[in-house]
Design a protein around this ligand. Structure first.
Ligand SMILES: Nc1ncnc2c1ncn2[C@@H]1O[C@H](COP(=O)(O)OP(=O)(O)OP(=O)(O)O)[C@@H](O)[C@H]1O
Ligand SMILES: Cc1ncc(C[n+]2csc(CCOP(=O)(O)O)c2C)c(N)n1
Ligand SMILES: [Mg+2]
Length: 342
């Protein structure tokens, strides 16, 4: 039997305070070449001036992140790599290598495991990424897929985009619609298989598209602040505001939330802004840089970006996110979206 050793249960501490506690243990002395440690979408290591390497890792746990009666094995492979590519994209870097650790119960078929790697490889090929290694282990309670991706910035290119680069006066942009993956999760959970538009929702949940090209174009256009939206806009934007010491006003009428979501779900606001797993990029930029981004996206044939609000100075209460209603009225909104252990 496990003897309680003191301390609080982590489900009471919460995911983000726990990260702060880990940070407190490991971040006392960091080498100068580590340009970014805990706190952003990826760690940044500068082996020499003019070249940054980025490192990120994300884990998918059966029945926490995916269910095998909802997703086939190729989709699990796709999603496990996609969520990592998304973090590299958020830094504005080019992903190169993936390491894949897999824990299996033993009853899976060899064919299912190779399917997982087929799904991963197909996505990797589209973004110039190869699987370069990994690890295998047993897992008594379901499949675990942990992927690490390494990326690089081009020599001489501007520095990576970070969460602490947002400044008052910046426009806030996103690279695509919000809420489709959360709607897909709802479709699976409630078996809404006759709902209008449900195949696109299930696809958004099962096979998110990492915005790798968009991330590189943002960085090249001079964007300094970006992150990817994994936990939902009202979970992630407050993190960016906190890191940058600024507040944000979101124009709700400008947020690209598909009509299929607004028309089908009464709780569309929470679904789209707190549901998570969109894997779109959230960025902020001064108006001139934002205009450059719009031009670059148009020339590259990419959709967006969508302008959804602006960064303002933090008030007396410190960094916060507010919502501008369609009427023009600005209202406070509770921060918070998906977190582990509720
Ligand atoms: N177990 C851990 N050990 C060290 N650092 C961690 C650990 N878990 C998270 N972090 C770090 O905490 C920071 C914040 O994590 P957060 O979950 O907000 O971002 P993320 O990794 O982009 O999210 P997601 O997991 O949704 O992709 C990241 O820099 C991450 O590397
Ligand atoms: C079966 C099943 N149940 C619930 C969810 C919802 N969910 C799980 S993790 C997460 C946020 C990002 O995760 P992380 O912060 O770990 O990267 C969300 C919205 C799901 N995907 N699958
Ligand atoms: Mg991220």
């Amino acid at each position: 039997m496990r003897v309680p050793s003191g301390g609080r249960p982590v489900k009471e501490v919460g995911e983000f305070p726990l990260i702060d506690m880990i940070d407190g243990v490991v971040s006392a002395t960091l080498p100068r070449r580590l340009r970014m440690g805990i706190g952003d979408d990826a760690a940044v290591w500068r082996p020499r001036p003019g070249r940054d390497l980025v490192f990120t890792t994300d884990i998918l746990v059966q029945n926490v992140h995916f269910r095998l009666d909802w997703m086939d094995w190729q989709a699990v492979g796709h999603k496990a790599l996609a969520v990592n590519l998304s973090d590299v994209a958020a830094m504005g870097a080019q992903p190169r290598l993936a390491l894949v650790s897999l824990a299996l119960t033993g009853s899976e078929r060899d064919r299912e495991v190779t399917d997982l790697f087929r799904g991963m490889n197909a996505l990797g090929r589209r973004h110039g990424v190869v699987v370069a290694g990994g690890d295998l282990s047993a897992s008594p309670n379901g499949v675990i897929v942990s992927v690490t991706v390494i990326g690089e910035t081009s020599a001489g290119r501007r520095a990576v985009m970070t969460r602490d680069g947002a400044r008052p006066g910046d426009i806030i942009g996103v690279t695509g619609p919000l809420g489709m993956a959360a709607a897909g999760l709802r479709v699976f959970q409630q078996q809404l298989l006759t709902l209008d538009g449900n195949p696109a929702m299930r696809e958004a949940y099962s096979r998110p598209k990492p915005r790798v090209r968009e991330g590189r174009l943002l960085a090249r256009a001079g964007v300094r602040a970006a992150m990817d939206l994994s936990d939902g806009l009202l979970g992630d934007l407050p993190k960016m505001c906190q890191a940058s010491g600024v507040s944000a006003v979101i124009d709700i009428a400008r947020v690209p939330i598909p009509n299929a979501i607004k028309w089908n779900f009464d709780d569309w606001f929470d679904l789209a802004l707190r549901g998570g797993e969109d894997y779109e990029l959230l960025f902020t930029a001064p108006p001139a840089v934002f205009a450059r981004v719009c031009r670059a996206f148009r020339l590259a044939g990419l959709h967006g970006p969508w302008r959804i609000g602006e960064i303002v100075k933090a008030g007396a209460k410190g960094p916060e996110v507010k919502i501008r209603e369609a009427s023009g009225k600005v209202e406070e909104v509770e921060s918070g979206a998906y977190t582990h252990w509720g």
